[in-house]
Design a protein around this ligand. Sequence first.
Ligand code: GSH
Length: 321
Amino acid sequence: MVKDEQAGAWTKAYTGGKFVRKSSEFRDIISHDGPFEPASGRYHLYVSLACPWAHRTVMARTLLGLEDHVTVDVVDWRMNPDGSWSFNPDEPGATPDRVNGEHHLEAVYRRAYPEWTNEGHVGTVPVLWDKATGTIVNNESREIIRMFGTLAKALGATTTLCPDDLVEEIDAMITSNYESVNNGVYKSGFARSQDAYEAAVSTLFDRLDELDRHLEDREWLVGDGRGTLTEADLCLFTTLVRFDLVYVVHFKCNLQRIIDYPHLQAFVEQMLALPGIRETCDWTHIKHHYFWSHQHMNPYRIVPLGPRTGPHAPQRGPSLG
Ligand SMILES: N[C@@H](CCC(=O)N[C@@H](CS)C(=O)NCC(=O)O)C(=O)O
């Protein structure tokens, strides 16, 4: 484990030059037979619009029609040097903490777990908060989107992102893409040895090549025929939509761009065309977060102007920061 004060919490997670993501600490679920029962208005999401993991939960909330049932607050895109998040209502697209009135997300974690310290833990986004008992239910995106399905069903929704007969296929697809793609871009960007970097980038692009071929004659990743929109698509999309905007440059994932993959690009565009999904994408939060926050990788915090092509226009411009 390497400790580097200047580079913040990210750097506490290294083994032999390789970036190793910590697991999430809060793993309760919303269910009919536990303390966290499905109910409208009871649950609250804390997210960063920059974060691909949090973005999954924002998209699931939209696609499952939970906007009137689950409230949301948005942290500032500027991650603190220790890897923590703050609320900054003056920032366009961000909000105050309207549930607990805190200024820092770490304080929300401490409400749930008073012994919480930033040593050994990192208060990540997303966080699913229970207003009824005043605690954190879960901070793992994959589990939050699954339990949003339970919540939506209990509230009478007919839409599902996880049909019963596809659960195994969905889980297998999410798992196959997790280390290679979703976490793979971080492993490429945060690598501290040439070998670790090259291994991560090779695995990443091998999987992207496979996925592009997989989507050649289908619209969605899993399901019969042309497939069915599921959680697996959300989980892949939030990484792909950040790729040409950020990861190609900032994380050196530059063997090719998503726009150079015909079927992956069509997949991104098809996802962006779903009702409400483009509105969940804040290009400014995404771009400024990465280039500004990882100062050890970009000491002058210069945010690139491009790309000129792709779905990311219009951008709010380079004046923020
Ligand atoms: N396993 C978590 C990962 C969440 C995560 O790592 N979020 C990042 C933002 S992209 C974060 O909050 N990082 C703060 C830090 O680690 O310092 C999930 O999928 O929900």
